[in-house]
Design a protein around this ligand. Structure first.
Ligand code: LLP
Length: 422
């Protein structure tokens, strides 16, 4: 369920006409619905009912402070992968005891920052990382809480770039090497073993890879028990898919039911790290048509958002619906044409949609790029020296700018010309 709907041919976000926001803020901008974010978070979290669990939102999917603050008020924790994400999560008010630190390449500074901040645990991904953390914890006279990320070698059946749980992927510790590392950690004075974790991929539309991974991890947890290592937390990562086009991902309740069944008999708290399923369909990207160019070969709709704003189509050939913010009134049936919706960047790969049946857009029309809440703004860049878009949050009949549009000043703010070039 989301709150982007047409009323009298005008696209609204909750009770605000999107065209009014465009008028006030300019384009392009990301737009999020407070009601949708809240609904998605609560639906997911409550699906697990009485099962002891913690929902740690994957900050990488959408990291605006206001949005993190919202999830923290709803009882959420955070799954982070960098010092920067730790910093913003804490600034947003997320309790460090609800923060999980994942990632294959945490630097020494990042490990120290996590440790002194009192996060719930580190998901360790290699033996060298474990040694490094032990060293840092000793120097800080602290004990570092850890879990190890197991690579269960399960095929998530998703795009190759976002599969992470196959033996050939860089992530985690192969399940057959994991026992050794747990035994090593058990001997370490400054390490406390808390859990086992795994994350097999993103945009999964099938439940079976999750249950298969969980089953393998469960057997492993039982094995650890026999070695005298007890596990308090089982972290299954994120990855539940959403509908962009015609996918039919399982409902969070279905997902929760399957996982709960598989958790039967385990006395651990389940940790989940959802990103996309919470924010994906809670945000859109709003842009404006700069020019249209209709040629023999193709029709091009040239808009003011580009691959630097939304990288997913260029990077993964991802589908995002393209809708008019204002439908042409008075037409009995919407007139469509096949076009490429492209940005102003100097690359052929700069497109938001290719050979797509879209409304016949004209110069000046507003365009909504749907399902852009996850991995949208967070993957944006300044390529072609384009200031990054604004972010706006709608709540009921009000809107709030939660990130100002960048400008030319901010673009060059951190650059220096050395004296010898003066
Ligand atoms: N936990 C870990 C350890 C992860 O690596 C990820 C995502 C998540 C949780 C959250 O996964 P989600 O619930 O959002 O599927 N940029 C790509 C997606 C990359 C996902 C990376 N890891 C995209 O735009 O499709």
């Amino acid at each position: 369920m989301h709150h982007f709907i047409y009323k009298d041919n005008q696209l609204f976000c909750e009770s605000v006409a999107i065209a009014d926001i465009a008028e006030a803020v300019g384009t392009p901008f990301y737009l999020y619905s407070h009601a949708t974010l809240t609904h998605h978070f609560n639906t997911f979290d409550k699906s697990f009912g009485e099962l002891p669990h913690l929902t740690c939102f994957a900050v990488k999917s959408c990291s605006n402070l206001a949005i993190l603050r919202l999830f923290s008020t709803l009882g959420g924790g955070a799954d982070i992968v960098s010092g920067g994400e730790l910093y913003r999560s804490m600034k947003a008010g997320i309790d460090p005891r609800r923060i999980i630190y994942s990632g294959v390449g945490k630097t020494e500074d990042e490990l120290r920052y996590g440790l002194v901040s009192g996060i719930l645990m580190f998901n360790i991904e290699s033996e060298q990382e474990l040694e490094k953390l032990q060293e840092i914890a000793r120097e800080q006279e602290m004990v570092a809480p850890v879990s190890f990320r197991i690579n269960p070698d399960v095929d998530p059946k998703t795009h190759a770039y976002i599969s992470t749980g196959l033996a050939k992927n860089k992530f985690g510790i192969p399940i057959d090497q994991a026992e050794k590392i747990y035994l090593r950690a058990k001997e370490m004075e400054h390490i406390r073993i808390l859990g086992v974790s795994c994350h097999i991929g993103s945009q999964l539309t099938d439940i079976s890879p999750f249950t298969e991974a969980l089953h393998k991890v469960k057997l492993f947890v039982n094995r650890l028990e026999t070695l005298g290592i007890s596990i308090d937390y089982l972290d299954l990562g994120g990855g539940l898919g959403v509908r962009y086009q015609d996918e039919k991902p399982p409902h969070p309740q279905e997902y929760a039911r399957a996982l709960s069944e598989e958790m039967e008999g385990l006395k651990c708290t389940l940790i989940l790290e959802p990103g996309r399923v919470i924010v994906g369909n809670a945000g859109i990207l709003v842009s404006q048509v700069i020019y249209t160019k209709r040629t023999q070969a193709k029709n091009f709709i040239i808009v003011d958002a580009a691959m630097n704003d939304l990288a997913r189509p260029s990077l993964y050939d991802a589908h995002h619906d393209i809708l008019p913010v204002i439908r042409k009134a008075g037409q009995a049936e919407e007139v469509l044409e096949t076009a490429d919706v492209v940005g102003p960047i100097c690359e052929t790969g700069d497109f938001l949609a290719k050979d797509r049946q879209v409304t016949v857009f004209e110069q000046g029309d507003l365009v909504a790029v749907m399902s852009s809440g996850a991995y949208g703004f967070t993957m944006s860049s300044n390529y072609n020296s384009r200031p990054r878009a604004a972010e706006v949050l709608v709540k009921d009949d009000q809107f709030f700018i939660i990130r100002n549009r960048e400008n030319y000043e901010t673009l060059i703010r951190d650059e220096n010309i050395p004296d010898f070039l003066e």
